[in-house]
Design a protein around this ligand. Structure first.
Ligand SMILES: Cc1cc2nc3c(=O)[nH]c(=O)nc-3n(C[C@H](O)[C@H](O)[C@H](O)COP(=O)(O)OP(=O)(O)OC[C@H]3O[C@@H](n4cnc5c(N)ncnc54)[C@H](O)[C@@H]3O)c2cc1C
Length: 394
């Protein structure tokens, strides 16, 4: 069987950097291209649950990730005035791996980029793919800078607007507006915010995720017109209006927002590509193959798992490369389908609370059942998917 010795990774996000590092640590020659001219990582923070932390552990990065972030093992659901409804202790992690660690996106990115470079990955910035020519036993790639090169495999983690997905399946499967959007801003952390928090409101949900000793991010999820465009200078007023029903620290933060506050607005556009996630010698993972509502904090976590498992499967030499890519697709689809349906269901349920009476009903239902529901998800996500076979060396 043919070994995979030279790989192009497309995209320098969590998924691409994880795949590139896992492959390069096993002796594969890896070239990673990123279309942006510099790594100025957009977005705010990321919760990384135990399953993602296990991937970083396998790459030798656990200590660095934990040192950069804030670990927590509880999730709380409150009413709009932060009166407690649910206290859930995550059934994630073990004696070595915490249930969750949240950190700033740029810190996680720096850690992964450092690991990729130490493993020997060649990173080319400001370069994107222009055309892919699958030639059976190799792929020739034309780049945006006019150069061409040949690889045993192209691994694309090129994000939600993936052109590689389009190369594989056309426009049959694309992210579609859910009708809901997320508002986020990074703010100082009150000392008492020590875990993931949701404040269930009427017609929206707000919450917080601690990022380190000093900072957290505040998020807010609500229905928005998918076509809406909000000019930058209006974001503070619009965000403030949307937070009006909430008390406690949300009201304080709302009052303290200024024109300098870095408010990030993102429509939620879920998608799940059916397997297989490859054609010939071109394979995708991460947001290119699946995007979820953020409720389980699993988007980047699944991208990291995809990257690591992909490296493991393609470096097996017991079957032809197509069978290895099929094994990857089947394993990853099942797990991502769970995250997709669970997080969509959760978002629809919380957003269906539209009147004060429905909030009272939801309060009783959440108090009785929410922790059990999230516990079921914890058990599935905490199942060991990395240990059965380590990534082989080429
Ligand atoms: C509101 C919100 C909150 C979230 N919260 C969390 C959370 O708490 N925890 C979590 O795990 N996830 C969370 N996510 C999801 C997470 O952000 C994504 O799932 C994750 O970043 C996807 O990683 P990726 O590597 O697949 O793609 P990306 O991070 O999008 O990286 C893709 C990269 O590819 C590059 N690229 C694209 N096309 C090309 C090309 N042709 N050539 C070269 N380069 C190219 C892009 O410039 C980009 O750098 C959240 C998402 C949202 C919207």
């Amino acid at each position: 069987m043919q070994n995979i010795r030279r790989v192009l990774v497309v995209g320098g996000g969590v998924g691409g950097l994880t795949a590139a590092t896992a492959l390069a640590q096993r002796g594969v020659e890896v070239i990673l291209i990123e279309q942006r001219p510099a790594f100025n990582v957009p977005g705010i923070g990321l919760g990384q649950p135990a399953n993602a932390l296990r991937v970083y552990d396998a790459l030798g990065l656990l200590d660095q990730v934990l040192a950069a972030g804030f670990t927590y093992d509880h999730m709380y659901i409150f009413d709009p005035n932060r009166s407690l409804i649910v206290d859930h202790k995550f059934l994630l992690g073990d004696h070595r791996i915490p249930a969750n660690c949240a950190l700033s996106r740029s810190d996680l990115h720096d850690i992964l980029l450092g690991a990729a470079e130490r493993a020997g990955v060649e990173v080319r910035l400001g370069v994107s793919t222009k055309a892919l020519h699958d030639e059976g036993d190799r792929v020739t790639v034309d780049f945006s800078n006019g150069e061409s090169d040949t690889f045993d495999l192209v691994v694309a983690f090129d994000g939600i607007r993936s052109t590689t997905r389009q190369y594989l399946v056309g426009t049959a499967f694309v992210p579609r507006p859910s009708g809901y959007s997320a508002w986020r801003v990074q703010v100082p952390r009150p000392d008492y915010v020590r875990g993931m928090e949701f404040l269930q409101g009427v017609g929206s949900k707000t919450g917080a995720m601690p990022l380190n000793r000093h900072l957290m991010y505040l998020f807010h999820i609500r229905p928005e017109d998918p076509e809406a465009y909000f000019p930058r200078e209006q974001l503070v007023d619009l965000f403030r209006e949307r937070l009006a029903q909430y008390g406690s620290y949300v009201a304080e933060i709302s009052a303290s927002l200024t024109g300098d506050s870095d408010i990030v607005y993102s429509p939620i556009e879920p998608m799940l590509l059916p397997w297989p996630w490859f054609r010939g010698r071109v394979v995708i993972g991460g947001d290119a193959a699946h995007t979820f509502p953020p409720h389980l904090t699993q988007g980047a976590a699944m991208a990291a798992e995809d990257g690591y498992i992909l490296a493991r499967e393609v470096l097996e030499t017991d079957v032809p490369i197509e069978a290895r890519l099929m094994r990857y697709s089947e394993q990853r689809y099942a797990r991502c389908a769970f995250v997709y349906s669970f997080s969509r269901g959760w978002m629809e349920e919380e957003q269906s609370v539209r009147t004060p009476e429905q909030l009272e009903k939801a309060r009783a239902e959440l108090a009785q059942n929410a922790s059990t529901r999230i516990g079921v998800s914890d058990r599935i996500l905490n199942s060991r998917i990395l240990e059965d076979r380590p990534v082989p060396r080429v």
